[in-house]
Write a protein that binds this ligand. Sequence first.
Ligand SMILES: [Zn+2]
Length: 476
Amino acid sequence: MIKVYNTLTRKLEEFNPINKGKIHWYHCGVTVYSRSHLGHARNLIAFDTIRRYLEYRGYEVRYVQNFTDVDDKMIVRANEEGVSIIELAEKNIQDYYEDLDRLNVKRPSLAPRALLHINHMIKDIQSLIEKGYAYVADNGDVYFDVRKWKEYGKLSKQKLENILEHTEDTENPNKRFPADFALWKAKKEGEPSWPSPWGEGRPGWHIECSTMSMTYLGETFDIHSGGQDLIFPHHENEIAQSESLTGKPFARYWLHNGFVKIDAEKMSKSIGNIININSILKSYSPDSVRLYTLLTHYRQPIDFTEEGLKQAEVTAERLFNTIVLLKSFANDEEESSVITEEDKTMIQSIEDARNKFIEAMDEDFNTSNALAAVFEISKDVNDYLRKVEKINSMVVSKANELFDEFRLVLGLFSDIDQYISIDKVKNLVNLLIDLRQEFRKSKNWEKSDRIRDTLKDSGIILEDNPKRVLWKIVAK
Ligand SMILES: [Zn+2]
């Protein structure tokens, strides 16, 4: 049974989607005005892994993630660069997918763009006005009337008076109440605008997510996710708009990931410690960034440090080597009719590792504990391959199966197969190892070393163990 922590109830809840076996999920995507940074990476990797796990557990997941391509930041940046917001969006969406693919984050099932849904948003705003939840100001702005929606504050657990204290925009004479938020903004000089029943203008930010999520997932859907910073006001406002519009519950489970720090400082423009995904990937492999991210539970804050990333690089390489090693034994013709005590213990350990992994992930997707199980079995497998008298092919195939599952869920080492088109080279390498052993027996060190060195130059490292010579193909 999968349990998720629901921000809406502040409780760990049993996860049950509306339609058995199917999950409808909306994730708040990025505003495409600049390249994505480590904060986005954390958010993407965390929810990608949750999505992968739910798929691993047999769910069919419809994952909708929007692109915000019309808002203040877009307009400012497009003006700075002297391009239209469409051009700006186009370029950044391409970069975004490049980062996403490199981090092995699965692309959304659907990625709707705000610009293409303006008419639909206008329709929703019109309905909110008709139902009495929104009003048109004299200047042509349209606002949501938060005092009309009695449940306002239910996600962020705030009372209206607390919200008022945090409202920045108190001087706006067009609002009836300071906490009201804009559904539609009347045209300003130098801004793109669209026609509406209230004059030229553009949508406010929050309405796009209500409109697009309900368009593609239905009025009530299963999961809504995003960064913690979106809980208020963005997600609070989404709930207010959507539920007052339909009279039905909006999203059932609200999932939010923790903050990102860089060297113990909160990532911010003012400190200037924003690191882009493409620049971190110049120094660290995507696998080490993924692994580092997953070592922390998604709801906890994460601190990216140089030291931590270096350590993750080492850990990732070690894990990678284990998997490559295991793969090099796959489909070996060795007899497995005899099962020793050591084999039995190993098979049991493999089963236990899978159970621990699932147990950890079932508990609100605790990747930190799940990885502990991965590291433990990785160590056992290494010991087994080096120490047992005869390697049992059933053990190898079970272990390979397990690590394939781990890789799939954690999104790690997706390119491993390029290192392991091993079947083709395997016989050749084994032949060379046999030859080298013969040379060694006859103390022909020159020839045996030549074989070792030539293999090394080709990226194949031999490791001499008392029981057998192991070999691996080195990454990079
Ligand atoms: Zn959103």
